[in-house]
Design a protein around this ligand. Structure first.
Ligand SMILES: [Fe+2]
Ligand SMILES: [Fe+2]
Length: 251
């Protein structure tokens, strides 16, 4: 069984407000008394994609100083920028192409996929990423239940804002899922509101936002609820590949 904490959309911009909210959820996670296998951070980590913002993210998330009590797995969102993300967040030299990574545990695997399109708010998994997913799953040989995590949801969530920037070519992703029964579910961010739905017969769970919460159309006209508390999810992937998600707010 895997227990995965999940946060999204930190939008670190150098403001005290963004820093405080990210540190608040970090403190909650680092202080948990029980076992957590990893933290997933599904994009929009920086607000403007600057090196300084990624240096702050790396500090808050304990990426370079061993401060995190479990692995912290990240993927970029539409506000992120690949070169400074690689350099300051991951500590890798700048390189071209999508930022994809895999973490293999005894009881499951998580593929963190790059759905960003440089210079655009739209989302897509490009051919290089699809090739990487297929090769990574080939290597795992169907032996472990696997989650795919990326930023942009591939379906409409029934709000005009996230629905206008969702993952392009969902049919391509659905075809992949059709060939890969080991994919137990999809985890995304981007919408700044927790949501649960299905895509191509698999659970699709959208994590809440750290920076603000999306107000749904029937909750009022103003899109961003900046007074809502920081959101956090826990995903449990059991040995049968069944995904259970829990949600918390951090006051
Ligand atoms: Fe965002
Ligand atoms: Fe986003």
């Amino acid at each position: 069984m895997l227990v995965l904490a999940h946060i999204s959309d930190l939008h670190l911009d150098g403001s005290a407000r963004a820093t405080e909210r990210a540190e608040r959820v970090r403190d909650r996670l680092w202080g948990l008394p029980g076992r957590v296998d990893a933290l997933l951070v599904t994009g929009d980590i920086a607000d403007h994609g600057t090196e300084t913002e990624y240096e702050e993210a790396a500090r808050i998330l304990g990426l370079h100083d061993g401060g995190a009590p479990f692995p912290v797995l990240t993927c970029p969102g539409n506000h992120d920028s690949r070169a400074p993300y690689r350099k300051a967040l991951l500590g890798h030299p700048a390189a071209d192409g999508p930022v994809n990574s895999v973490q293999v545990f005894d009881d499951g695997a998580v593929l963190m996929c790059d759905s960003s399109i440089p210079g655009s708010d739209d989302g897509a998994l490009d051919e290089e990423t699809y090739d990487w997913i297929e090769a990574t799953l080939d290597e795992l040989d169907g032996s472990l239940p696997t989650l795919l995590a990326f930023h942009h949801p591939p379906v409409a969530l029934h709000h005009p804002l996230p629905d206008s920037y969702r993952l392009d070519r969902p049919d391509r992703l659905a075809a992949l899922l059709g060939r890969r029964p080991e994919i137990a579910g999809l985890i995304t961010g981007h919408a700044h509101t927790p949501a649960a739905t299905a895509f191509a017969g698999r659970p699709l769970v959208v994590g809440p936002g750290v920076t603000w919460t999306l107000r749904l159309p029937w909750e009022g006209e103003q899109v961003a609820d900046r007074d809502a508390p920081v959101g956090l999810a826990f995903h449990v992937l059991d040995d049968e590949g069944r995904l259970t998600s829990h949600f918390r707010v951090v006051m």
